[in-house]
Design a binder for this molecule. Structure first.
Ligand code: KG4
Ligand code: ZN
Length: 357
């Protein structure tokens, strides 16, 4: 089964051609980082306009790199949500028009489920049940995946996503956007013992994450120590490096501690860590150490597949198409699309709605 994947949920326009859900024939990504950098974050209106300009050439490039024609395709998978509405609409409308024109099936894919599938290309087949930590700029979720396509949400963030915490602290330190890679680089030369930050505990006993307190703690720490950021590429002080190391350590500890405790409880056969923050080496090392303690394999995507891409969307969509799922031309972009189809506790989800996910 040859599937074209299309991703445009945030600030990457991406297209990929994947065979049988595992064999990547092409994966083309046009990043908008330079466009948004002067603003210190993604500007939604600029993002959708750029997607409009890029989507057609990026799809064409994915097709020509894969050396296939539209007639060879068996289906199209497109990110339906969550994400920015203007950005999502570009991908969804383009994919629907293409599927209609070619008279081939289309499926909408949840972006977070896409990140889960990013590990299928370079790892052995997933042995279920799996416990998956999906950590990116917009999401921080831990899922118990009892079998393919069945997700139970175990933990989620009550406020900021882990990647968002990296990005916000980086901004405070006068580092560029995106902040995760900048913090990781600084942290290599820092000592977390000299700038310790706490890990938030949730008072209602749920195994959830919270990172907004960390942001506040760092802001207070910087204020109390009269920190001035080294702007315009100036020399970064040892002090900022220690803060970067302390912040990274706190985020990684929070993520891995919760994943390890849940694994002891739920006894999965495979651990998965995916999403943009999975690029972080400290997180990878801590997750590997936890996996060793648990006696379990842990799968990561390569760095290239950790951040947003369309190959993961094609892989997730292929599983759906093989399972007989089809969407109609009424497929709509959904900015709040949730991923939880097992034990969907309506009361708990309502409770959740009070928090930013
Ligand atoms: O998955 P992704 O590309 O987009 C979303 O779906 O959000 O993730 C982007 C996020 C950003 O917050 C970025 O700072 C973070 O992933 N990130 C990192 C690293 N590389 C990217 N965070 C920590 N360490 C990194 N090396
Ligand atoms: Zn993502």
């Amino acid at each position: 089964m040859l599937v074209l994947g299309i991703e445009s949920s945030c600030d990457e326009t991406a297209a990929a051609v994947v065979r049988d859900g595992r064999e990547m024939h092409s994966s083309v990504i046009s990043s908008q980082i330079e466009l948004h950098r002067p603003f210190g974050g993604v500007v939604p209106e600029l993002a959708s306009r750029e997607h409009l300009v890029k989507i057609d050439p990026i799809v064409s490039e994915a097709m020509s790199t894969a050396k296939v024609t539209f007639a060879d395709l068996d289906g199209i998978a497109v990110t339906q949500g969550p994400g920015l509405i203007g950005s999502l609409l570009v991908g969804v409308c383009y994919a629907k028009a293409l599927a209609y024109g070619l008279d081939i099936p289309i499926v909408g894919v949840n972006h977070i489920e896409g990140h889960f599938y990013s590990v299928v290309f370079e790892n052995p087949p997933i042995d279920y049940p799996a416990l998956a930590l999906i950590v990116s700029g917009g999401h921080t979720n831990l899922f118990f995946v009892s079998e393919e396509g069945k997700y139970k949400l175990i933990s989620r963030t009550r406020d900021d996503a882990a990647g968002e915490a990296f990005d916000k602290v980086a901004k405070m330190l006068g580092l560029g956007y995106p902040g995760g890679p900048a913090i990781e680089k600084l942290a290599l030369e820092g000592d977390s013992a000299r700038a310790r930050f706490p890990v938030a505990k949730i008072s209602d006993g749920r195994p959830d994450f919270s990172f907004s307190g960390l942001k506040t703690a760092v802001a207070r720490y910087l204020r109390e120590n009269e920190f001035t950021p080294a702007l315009d590429g100036g020399e970064t002080s040892q002090w900022a490096k220690d803060v970067a190391a302390g912040v990274q350590e706190s985020i990684v500890r929070s993520l891995v501690r919760t994943m390890e405790a849940s694994a002891r409880d739920l006894r999965p056969k495979t651990l998965i860590v995916a999403g943009g923050v999975a690029c972080n080496l400290a997180l990878r090392e801590a997750a590997e150490a936890a996996a060793t303690r648990l006696g379990l394999p842990v799968y990561f995507p390569s760095r290239y597949l950790s951040t947003d891409n369309a190959a993961m969307i094609a892989a997730a969509g292929t599983a759906k198409l093989i399972g007989g799922q089809r969407d109609g031309l009424d497929l709509a972009a959904d900015i709040t699309l949730r991923l939880q189809n097992v034990d969907n506790d309506a009361a708990a989800l309502k409770h959740r709605a009070r928090y930013k996910l």
